[in-house]
Design a protein around this ligand. Structure first.
Ligand code: 13P
Length: 287
């Protein structure tokens, strides 16, 4: 059964660890992440961008697949199905499709409009028992067509949004989607500290989890981050393992071209990446 992310994130905040949000793109991705979470007894959040939802033919397909997979694989750990960087319209589609959590990314609206739209979604999510993530300040880089300039969040604006009763808050602190450039100056812990002071107990979300050094991840968790999003890193490990298989000519040996064989090394590589992240985030054994 899907659960809202509220309880798992409150536990993570109190226990000083973070729950990973791993983005899904297809059946293999979903299966690898769910099996790893179960094996490690870790709570998990499956993130779905609007682009990935469209690719998988729509949010209803995604929701039905995830629910059926949880049942047929016998997954017992808490799993939240979460819209990643949702538009206002996308949020409504996911509410209707049976997601258990949504992110409304109103960071590109003027703050008053972000507040009004978030307020409306807070009400609906509360009625449906779903969790809601909001964003203030933008995450730099590009993810599935969502481009952010990477402005750091204004703590006063964070408080305005947090006070509406959202369950988790993504605040821009110099983080970027995709790989970090060589000259990236690192996370702005000074901003994170100010945001934390302004929003109190609110679980904070760190986007752009790919490539953030371990010490920064640990420091961010110690300062109130309870959810960390990872997308690109699973894509890179899937691609590298698939490349290796094909470059070794394995697809040409026997029935190596069978998609179940062709996609298997990539699926195993995703499991390995998810395992490393869950260990780093401290969510192992916390289900
Ligand atoms: P990365 O692709 O950099 O891991 O970021 C993922 C993310 O923040 C999803 O919202």
């Amino acid at each position: 059964m899907l659960v809202s992310a509220k309880e798992m994130l409150e536990k993570a905040r109190d226990g000083k660890y973070a729950v990973g949000q791993f983005n899904i793109n297809n059946l293999e991705w979903t299966k690898s992440i769910l099996l790893t979470a179960e094996e490690l007894k870790s709570p998990v959040i499956l993130g779905v961008s609007e682009g990935a939802g469209k690719y998988m033919t729509g949010f209803k397909t995604v929701s039905a697949m995830v629910k059926a997979m949880i049942e047929e694989l016998g997954i017992t750990v808490p799993v939240a199905l979460h819209l990643d960087h949702g538009t206002y319209e996308g949020c409504y589609k996911c509410i209707e499709a049976g997601f258990s959590s949504i992110m409304f990314d109103g960071s590109h609206y003027p703050i008053e409009e972000n507040v009004e739209k978030t307020r409306e979604l807070v009400k609906i999510c509360a009625e449906k028992g779903m969790s809601l993530e909001a964003e203030v300040g933008s995450i730099g880089g590009e993810e599935d067509g969502v481009v952010g300039m990477g402005e750091c969040a204004d703590p006063a604006e964070c408080k305005k949004i947090a006070d509406l009763g959202v369950d988790m808050l993504a605040a821009g602190i110099g983080n970027i989607h995709g790989q970090y450039p060589e000259n990236w100056p690192g996370l702005r812990f000074d901003v994170l500290e100010e945001v934390k002071k302004a929003v109190g107990d609110m679980p904070l979300v760190l986007h752009g989890g790919t490539g953030i050094p371990e010490d920064m991840i640990k420091k961010a968790i110690s300062l109130g981050v309870a959810k960390i999003n990872v997308n690109t890193e699973c894509q890179l490990s899937f691609a590298a393992a698939t490349r290796k298989y094909i470059e070794a000519g394995k697809d040409l040996q026997g029935k190596g071209f069978d998609p179940r064989k062709l996609l298997a090394p990539g699926a195993e590589a995703i499991k390995e990446t998810v395992k490393e992240k869950m260990e780093l985030f401290g969510s192992v054994g916390k289900a």
